[in-house]
Design a protein around this ligand. Structure first.
Ligand code: BGC
Length: 726
């Protein structure tokens, strides 16, 4: 395996998909895998983490920075740019071991050929920095203008976001832009280094700060131009322009080679904890490590409190918002490979507790109701009309925001799992206990008791399967509420009398209430066929097939859920729901029940969300069926490698990378195939490898100790290797 993916042909139809596939990132910014000459029409984006802005009444979304990678070639006075030109040859390659994206294009001109090679990365060591090396070679005396610059005419879904743009007449290229709503400043400064005779001239075009580098080529000689740019925003510093300038000056002084070796070192450090070696199946090994490359590229290492959006740093789709994806699907990867990132993700939820309390209050509830689509401060970006109907072009009333109450339990799960896996209790003093109590209070307030019935119920919710809205007693939701009560009691038991929480909350009373609620909450049980109803009345819905439901669509972009959705009145579900519950809590039922539910629900699942396949794969492993798990694992691991996922929900574009699927694939590999488990401070593996996997080797962190795990046909070994602070 060479840790590279490569595409040899040029295909305009795949511009959006390749933008995701060849993405590079460092947690601060994500740069879509687009070509240097591309502009907003080709969905170029330097997507910034955790900084949002709103234009008018449109959806608030993260900012894209002015593009410091912008540049193109003029040969003998004529521009040569894709997609307008047809290249003689072309390839794009991502070295995902080192986070480096390379393209090489041969342009045929009337006088000969010119080859342009660009190699670029965003520094993992200096997260504000982007670096690119251009190499140009011609087989004739070409008159070359390399036009390089910064392009502030950026791609926006609900923009344009910059109301003021300024460029200083300085020797360095620069653009400072001020955002519409919050007046955030984003400054980008760029400069380059050339070591051959050439003429340079700066100029400005509308929204672009540009430089022409002119030279005449010797035949077959290579000309190298190294460009460096830095991005700072007013969320980083009060003086972002100066900081960006300083960063570029330092980068120019260091030079490309040094920055490149720093980049490789930083990525080696990541892989030294994160690589998963699989013998006997290169494809799986590539798909899995490529998936986790994406997780590592979007991990917030530069801040103490920040989370990851559902589409990572691949653009503004899903409003750059944080969903349950982070806690339930991505967290495990960070716990195993870099627990301090896991803590950063959790701190984001603790720090947005006020937002969650506000949202609960808005709906008339106590406690913390976390945002379904969380942005800065826990603001819920999810609108009441989150899908546009393809027929009427009208926004449809959706209930994700108000009814997907299982989100708060995901936060509780993350906290409890973090404590269990890291052994780090410090999070409790940073607000984790309050967070869990407030989530408990929220679920407590949702409980209903029907006259003449035992037990508490939760009505009018949406479970993970979004196609069925406003259902009663969704099994997953009730089970997660029960879990929340239990974790809350457990954490309250750890609080000492002197603790300020002991004065802020009536702990004894709450413990009693939550204990009782945890015992009495109604958990749907298997029917005569061992199958658990996803919600009350689920089995009364039309029992049909995914193909049949698909054949009823009048438009391929039509939304399957909602009032008139083709799936709403059927048992066809969007994604793992009961199965997510069982994959998480396999001890709740016998293996036979797990298996019967898998067999019932799998054929009834559209897998219309990239969060689905991994949960089925995980449960298949729990049922001792690694062969059934394998294709679902590959589906999850290949979500971005293969592309082809859903790009539309109604008329809303939802394309981008799929970090939850990546995290899900990682969980299947470790928890499913390797059978990794922790019990009472010990690490266990109960392997369940697919038949053709000869061996598996990986490292994990558990309670401040790193372990190396090796599974092969002869032996299964768990070796403690080094102690590590968080
Ligand atoms: C899924 C959700 C998920 C969201 C973001 C939706 O399509 O149904 O479960 O959280 O996408 O990935």
């Amino acid at each position: 395996m060479d840790w590279k993916i490569r595409k040899n042909e040029y295909n305009q139809e795949k511009i959006a998909e390749d933008g995701n596939r060849f993405l590079i990132g460092n947690g601060y910014m994500g740069v879509r895998g687009t070509l240097e000459e591309y502009e907003k029409e080709q969905l170029v984006a330097i997507n910034l983490a955790g900084i949002y802005d709103q234009v008018g009444e449109q959806w608030r979304e993260p900012l894209n920075a002015p593009n410091g990678f912008f540049g193109f070639l003029e040969i003998d006075g004529k521009p040569y740019r894709l997609p307008a030109e047809t290249p003689k040859s072309h390839f794009v390659e991502l070295d995902y071991r080192n986070g480096i994206c390379k393209r090489e294009t041969c342009f045929r001109t009337g006088r000969g050929d010119v080859i342009l090679t660009c190699e670029r990365f965003v520094s993992m060591k200096k997260v504000h920095l982007g670096v690119i090396r251009y190499r140009i070679r011609a087989n004739f005396h070409a008159d070359i203008n390399l036009i390089t610059g910064i392009d502030a005419d950026v791609w926006d879904i609900n923009g344009p976001h910059y109301k003021r743009i300024s460029m200083d007449e300085e020797s360095m290229l620069n653009i400072s832009a001020v955002s519409e709503e919050k007046e955030y400043q984003v400054s980008v400064v760029a400069d380059e280094r050339t070591e051959f005779p050439c003429e340079k001239r700066n100029y400005q075009e509308r929204l672009k700060s540009l430089r022409i580098i002119n030279f005449i080529t010797d035949i077959n000689r290579e000309y190298c131009v190294d460009k460096f740019f830095a991005v700072y925003t007013s969320k980083d510093t009060d003086d972002c322009y100066r900081m960006a300038k300083d960063e570029v000056l330092q980068a120019v002084a260091k030079g490309y080679e040094t920055l490149l070796s720093e980049q490789k070192e930083a990525w080696e450090e990541i892989w030294s904890n994160a690589e998963v070696l699989i013998e006997g199946d290169e494809k799986s090994m590539e798909a899995l490590n490529y998936s986790t490359y994406h997780l590592a590229s979007i991990a917030p290492r530069h801040r103490k409190s920040l989370s990851i959006a559902a589409r990572g740093l691949s653009g503004q789709t899903y409003k750059g918002a944080v969903f349950w994806d982070t806690e339930m699907f991505m967290l495990e990867y960070f716990l195993m490979t870099n627990p301090s990132v896991a803590k950063t993700l959790i701190r984001y939820r603790i720090d947005t507790l006020e937002g969650a309390k506000k949202k609960a209050k808005q709906y008339g509830y106590q406690g913390a109701f976390y945002a379904w689509e969380s942005q800065e401060g826990g603001f819920d970006a999810c609108s009441d009309y989150n899908v546009t109907d393809v027929f009427t072009k009208r926004p449809m009333r959706t209930f994700f925001r108000d009814k997907q109450v299982h989100i708060s339990a995901a936060v509780v799960y993350a906290i409890a799992r973090y404590i269990e896996v890291t052994g780090d209790q410090s999070i409790l003093e940073e607000g984790a206990v309050e967070t869990v109590i407030e989530c408990g209070l929220f679920y407590y307030d949702l409980l209903l008791q029907r006259v003449g019935k035992e037990g508490y119920e939760i009505h009018d919710v949406i479970g993970p399967d979004e196609y069925h809205e406003r259902v009663n007693n969704n099994g997953y939701t009730n089970r997660m509420a029960k879990y929340t009560f239990q974790v809350a009691v457990q954490l309250m038991n750890q609080v000492s009398d002197e603790d300020k929480i002991a004065t802020a909350y009536p702990l004894e009373e709450l413990k009693k209430k939550f204990e009782e609620a945890g015992e009495k909450i109604y958990i749907p049980q298997p029917n005569g066929n061992n199958v658990i109803p996803q919600f009350d009345g689920y089995f009364d819905l039309e029992d049909t097939t995914v193909e049949e439901v698909r054949s009823r669509l009048l438009d391929p972009k039509e939304y399957w859920g909602g009032a008139y959705g083709v799936a709403s009145h059927t048992q066809i579900i969007k994604q793992a729901d009961v199965v997510t519950w069982l994959a998480m809590f396999p001890a709740d039922f016998s293996k036979k029940v797990l298996l019967d539910n898998w067999n019932y629900y799998e054929p009834r699942t559209e897998h219309g969300s990239s969060l689905s396949a991994c949960m089925y794969a995980l449960l298949a492993c729990r049922c001792g069926m690694p062969q059934e798990a394998f294709p679902l694992f590959m589906k999850s691991a290949s979500a971005d490698l293969q592309g082809g996922g859903k790009e539309w929900a109604g008329l809303v574009y939802i394309g981008g990378t799929h970090p939850a699927a990546a995290g899900g694939a990682y969980m299947v590999a470790l928890k499913g195939f390797a059978g990794l488990e922790f019990q009472n401070g010990k690490v266990y593996v109960r392997p369940n490898l697919p038949k053709h996997w000869k061996s598996m080797k990986f490292k994990i962190m558990y309670q401040k100790q790193q372990y190396e795990i090796e599974i092969n046909e002869q032996k299964t070994e768990v070796r403690a290797i080094k102690k590590e602070a968080l």
